[in-house]
Design a protein around this ligand. Sequence first.
Ligand SMILES: [Zn+2]
Length: 120
Amino acid sequence: MIIRTDAVVVTCIDYRLQPLLDEWIKTQLGYGNYNRVAFGGSVKNWDTVFSQIEMSRRVHSVNRVILINHQDCRAYGAEDSYERHLHDLRQARDSVLERIPDVAVELYYLWLDGRFERVD
Ligand SMILES: [Zn+2]
């Protein structure tokens, strides 16, 4: 029996994001077709988050990793800035590709007004 899903999505736990995330994920991925990891600060606590990505790969054969950080993240506190989030997202992507080279990694910065900005 092959158990798989297409994607793992990593987000912050922040309640303000959940309606935005639900809608966006449904549009992008459909329903029931992804693993969802929510952790305060999203990629900030990388070792913990990566363990869930690695597990998603191992047990559900995901081939797409979607990392979403957001504006005004309280988990970052005084370190919260647009530049810091982009830096951390890119660093997280590098870390995934270093250890799981055959997945696609997509980065997004979520603005509180609901825009999902794709990060290169
Ligand atoms: Zn947050």
